[in-house]
Every structure is written in structure tokens, then in C-alpha cells.
Design a protein around this ligand. Structure first.
Ligand code: AMP
Length: 187
């Protein structure tokens, strides 16, 4: 699942998990769990996450490698928040190849930056900023990081013929329906 921060990829990943009965792997959730548990990883990640930067490649690739070895991933899984750089994507291909697996589909949810900033401002107003990376400054940096480091991964998957683009400026239900239609048409 691909998309800028606030595009709703976590929400849509959960919908897909329920529909297809496969595991949902959110690297952001894994890191937030490590922060909450105050592990070494969590302490290293917190400062970086609060700035909206990316945790180092070897750290995140290690977390994912360990997670996809769990039994609930045997029948496939949905990645949310990873890969986030071209290096991650190449590393992921290697990890999957060793298991006789591959990335079958990449769902890109498209939402313009201006809409995302409005969404996060609304969320902060409603929740008082429930996450420590919920601030306009952090979001602005997260968006910059997305455009600089993550968006370049899209052509990589487009060239493999697995990329599908979805308009994220509709209701949650409508976006889900559009993803299902695309996935089920493509399979
Ligand atoms: P997310 O919930 O996916 O937006 O992730 C929240 C934060 O966790 C990001 O802003 C990054 O600091 C960090 N993070 C999550 N996934 C990754 C990843 N694949 N690579 C590097 N940092 C990540």
C-alpha cells in the first residue's frame, strides 16, 4: 500500500485484511509498539519518527524480515508503510525471492498535499494530536520525505506492471470499492 501520510493507507489496508483474510503489516505500527514498550529499537526510532524522518534502512529491513517469517504471513500479507525507499524495494524483492514470493500488486492512493494538510489539521483539532508525530511541522517534513524518497519507488513497480493508481479523494467506502474493483479485475 502506497500513499503520502494521511492518505488513508492504514485504513484501507485494514479493510483489505478483513476482505482477503491476510496479515496487515504496518511498519509504523510496529515502530510505535516498540516506542510504547521502550525497547532499544523504540528509543532509537522515537526521535526520528517525531521529526518525520525515516529510520535507517538496516533497522527497518530487519524488522520486516523478522515479521514476514511469522506463520500468519504464510498465505501472503499486505505491506503498509514499507518499502519507503528504492533501497527497501530492492531489499524486499530479494527477501521475497528467497521465499519464492513476490510483490503481486502495489496500490497507490493518490491525494494532493493540500488536502492532506487540511486532513491532519482536522485530526489534530479533533484529537489534540494523539500521536507525537501529529503536528503540522512533522507532517510537512513527512510529505517532503514522501516526495523525495518514497515516490521514486512507484516507477520501479510501474515498470514491473504491478502498480495500480487509486483516487483517494472520496469516502473510505468508495476508495475501498475502487481498490477491490481494480484488484479483482487485475487478478
Ligand atoms: P507511518 O505510520 O507508516 O506513517 O510511519 C510513522 C513513522 O515511522 C514514519 O514517519 C517513519 O519515521 C517511521 N517509519 C515507518 N515505516 C518506515 C519505513 N519503512 N522506513 C523508515 N521509517 C519508517
Amino acid at each position: 500500500m502506497f500513499g503520502p501520510p494521511g492518505a488513508g493507507i492504514g485504513t484501507q489496508a485494514e479493510v483489505l485484511r478483513d476482505r482477503y483474510g491476510i496479515a496487515h503489516l504496518s511498519t509504523g505500527d510496529m515502530l510505535r509498539a516498540a516506542v510504547a514498550a521502550d525497547t532499544d529499537l523504540g528509543r532509537e526510532a522515537k526521535v526520528i519518527m517525531d521529526r518525520g524522518d525515516l529510520v535507517p534502512d538496516d533497522v527497518i529491513c530487519g524488522v520486516v524480515a523478522e515479521r514476514i517469517d511469522q506463520p500468519d504471513c504464510a498465505n501472503g500479507f499486505i505491506l503498509d508503510g514499507f518499502p519507503r525507499t528504492l533501497g527497501h524495494a530492492e531489499h524486499l524483492d530479494q527477501m521475497l525471492k528467497e521465499k519464492g514470493k513476490q510483490v503481486d500488486r502495489v496500490v497507490q492512493i493518490k491525494v494532493p498535499d493540500g488536502v492532506l494538510v487540511d486532513r491532519i489539521k482536522k485530526r489534530i483539532a479533533e484529537t489534540g494530536g494523539s500521536r507525537s508525530d501529529d503536528s503540522v511541522e512533522t507532517l510537512t517534513n513527512r510529505l517532503a520525505v514522501y516526495h523525495e524518497q518514497t515516490a521514486p519507488v512507484l516507477p520501479y513497480y510501474a515498470s514491473k506492471g504491478v502498480l495500480m493508481e487509486i483516487d483517494g479523494q472520496a469516502s473510505i467506502d468508495e476508495v475501498s470499492k475502487s481498490i477491490f474493483a481494480n484488484l479483482e479485475q487485475a487478478s
